[in-house]
Design a protein around this ligand. Structure first.
Ligand SMILES: Cc1cc2nc3c(=O)[nH]c(=O)nc-3n(C[C@H](O)[C@H](O)[C@H](O)COP(=O)(O)O)c2cc1C
Length: 245
């Protein structure tokens, strides 16, 4: 008998259905005024955070901006882009600064009565060293030298070992959550446009963004408006990007 629980059995997924969803998503820049219901937003956020993340530390956070006045003030911050007139904006933040509480959170909320020893050891020990870069990143500097030496003898994780690498680390996982979020809205019949065209200094003045959080993108969300897609789809041939080894 298999030891898999019902939840762990592979879902009967259809590649055709997934392809259809992925293909139907376009960057939409014009939306109708129809608001996005909170229940839909919540459902999509739940799907967003099902994205994989490095060591399951979930280094992301989201600001759901529904308030009309606030959105109006964000429009010039988004360089006056038409897409930023969407009825819903979601600021997607990467959080290189939350790993410590995430480690504690994993041990606190472990979904079984007994936390396996390797899990406890990792989050209370290894991770504390791996992600801690010390004040001004000085510990990271030391770790880089240590890893260079130890790495002569065996294969090692060499990153993240600086504050800059922590930012890359957090952005990787957050981008996956952002893509989940877009596809989730698409599955509910709402269009999206990811925006990185914004003035970060003004954004930080307008919204309460933790100092070390990184605004990865602002997601414009709403029902697709007329002539909402500006350009035909263009992708380079696979051969240009793929090496088969
Ligand atoms: C990280 C990121 C930032 C983007 N920023 C903007 C933006 O500021 N304004 C905009 O109109 N589109 C933006 N886009 C959308 C891209 O232009 C769009 O995805 C691309 O042209 C491909 O079109 P498609 O998504 O419809 O296939 C962004 C996309 C990504 C992934």
């Amino acid at each position: 008998m298999s030891s898999l629980s019902a939840q762990e059995y592979p879902v009967q997924s259809s590649p055709a259905a997934l392809r259809a969803l992925i293909e139907s998503r376009r960057a939409v820049r014009r939306f109708t005024d129809e608001p996005v219901p909170d229940a839909v937003i919540r459902d999509c956020l739940e799907m967003a955070v099902l994205a994989p993340s490095s060591c399951n530390l979930q280094p992301w956070s989201f600001q759901v901006i529904r308030d009309a006045q606030l959105r109006a003030r964000l429009h010039p911050v988004c360089l006056g882009q038409q897409a930023a007139r969407a009825p819903l904006l979601i600021l997607v933040l990467a959080r290189p600064d939350t790993w410590r509480e995430a480690c504690a959170g994993i041990l606190e909320h472990w979904p079984e009565a007994h936390i396996p020893e390797p899990v406890r050891r990792f989050y209370s020990g290894v991770a504390q060293f791996q992600y801690n870069q010390g004040p001004f990143g000085l510990l990271g500097l030391f770790k880089r030298q240590l890893v260079r030496l130890l790495g002569l003898r065996k294969a090692l994780m060499r990153r993240p070992n600086s504050l800059a690498e922590m930012r890359v680390w957090a952005v990787k996982s957050t981008a996956l959550a952002a893509q989940n979020l877009m596809l989730a809205f698409q599955s509910h019949g709402y269009a999206t446009c990811p925006l990185e065209g914004f003035d970060e200094v003004r954004l930080r003045k307008l919204l309460d963004i933790p100092r070390r959080a990184i605004p990865v993108m602002i997601l414009a969300v709403g029902r697709r408006g007329e002539r909402g897609v500006y350009n035909p789809r263009l992708r380079f041939p696979l051969e240009q990007h793929v090496q088969w080894l």
